[in-house]
Design a protein around this ligand. Sequence first.
Ligand SMILES: Nc1nc2c(ncn2[C@@H]2O[C@H](COP(=O)(O)OP(=O)(O)OP(=O)(O)O)[C@@H](O)[C@H]2O)c(=O)[nH]1
Ligand SMILES: [Mg+2]
Length: 430
Amino acid sequence: MTDSSTPPALVAKRADSAPVETDEITALVSAAGYEVVGEVTQTRAEDPGTYLGAGKVEELTDDAADTGARLVVVDDELTPGQTKQLRDALPDEPRLYDRYRLILEIFGEQASTKPAQLQVELARLKYELPRIKAESDPQRMNVMLETGTRVHDAEKRIRELERKLDELPSPAERFRERRREQGFDLVTIAGYTNAGKSTLLHRLADELNLSSAEPDHSDKNATAAIEDRLFKTLETTTRRTTIDGRPVLVTDTVGFVQELPHWLVKSFSDTLSEAAAADVVVLVADGSDPLSDLRSKLRVSLDVLSSQGVEPESVIVALNKIDLLDEDEREGRLEAVSELAPMPIPISVTNDTNVDQLTDVVYERLPTATADLTMPNCSDAMSVVSWLHDRVTVERVDYADGTVSATIRGRPSVVERAKAKANEVSATDT
Ligand SMILES: Nc1nc2c(ncn2[C@@H]2O[C@H](COP(=O)(O)OP(=O)(O)OP(=O)(O)O)[C@@H](O)[C@H]2O)c(=O)[nH]1
Ligand SMILES: [Mg+2]
């Protein structure tokens, strides 16, 4: 993914014990558009001043000079005080980000709708405010004044953004509104970033049955884009699909990330509230993750969903990418996942393994009513029958003795409307 025009970056990470794992932070840095050209790791206690301590700061300074790094990323949350001290200790040239500033950068680059842009700006200002305050230096009056103005401006903009966001209708509301109007079933796809959520949405969406399954490169901002990079999807995308004749709206959501701090999750909770509005949530897990990651990610995902008011019964766990596992690994992972969520479904979206089984299970969990309808056989009855085919599962239609009879299964509100339509035909045909 990197080429010569990609700006170089350094990562710094400390851990309590070896090994110091830098794969995830490296993936995040490249998602932000940089190439990691060096790393500094340590396994000693956190330095209360510069977080890394003088020796490592010197190492970073040398590496930055050698590589021309434009960014230094510390894989942890730096306090406002640590940010200032480390900033002062490092040369001016590379910018300094901690883990969360980096995530905000990625979010900012990907946000393409107005609400997402406002949310990212707000999250960034809230992150920066205590750090701007920490920069104030009581010995230098002019800096104080300058800082005072920046604090004031940031606080003013925060209030402005909060007001603007309040005035926007929430996506969950729009979602429910659509459901009410059209009698759609609603399914939300949730899970960690890179689990394969957008890939699954593409596989399920009706439109793709008509055109080729090749990803569309013509529209750079196309949502639900699939790419092997983190946070590809930042806004929810909804597509229509049909399961056994029932029209279903499927929504793809922002991926979770490990150790996402609470305030950051909150700023994107709108996307999660779509999960709460859904009839079924398909929680996609990356089966190719190491077992311990798989467990911890699943645990966090289930917690986040439940904190959004999603009932455990409406969550279906899909263990994706099983094409990358051998028989034993597959069994082991299924067993581990079963301890956290009942009956996970092993799938491979790219190999089209068990995706139909997954949709069957989704169908079983949708709110369902059944009815037997009888109408006189006339042209109005025919249009009711075609209306039924667009909205419910039609289990049987019989034409006999001048009547049309049908057995249907579908969303309770839609089944009610169907009954009313059939009654209308019977009443007007005398
Ligand atoms: N081997 C394998 N790879 C898969 C499968 N499903 C998806 N992928 C790949 O996993 C990567 C991430 O897929 P996405 O669908 O973009 O993941 P996502 O969950 O939408 O990610 P975010 O939008 O970042 O939250 C892509 O490279 C996909 O091609 C699968 O069944 N098997
Ligand atoms: Mg996606």
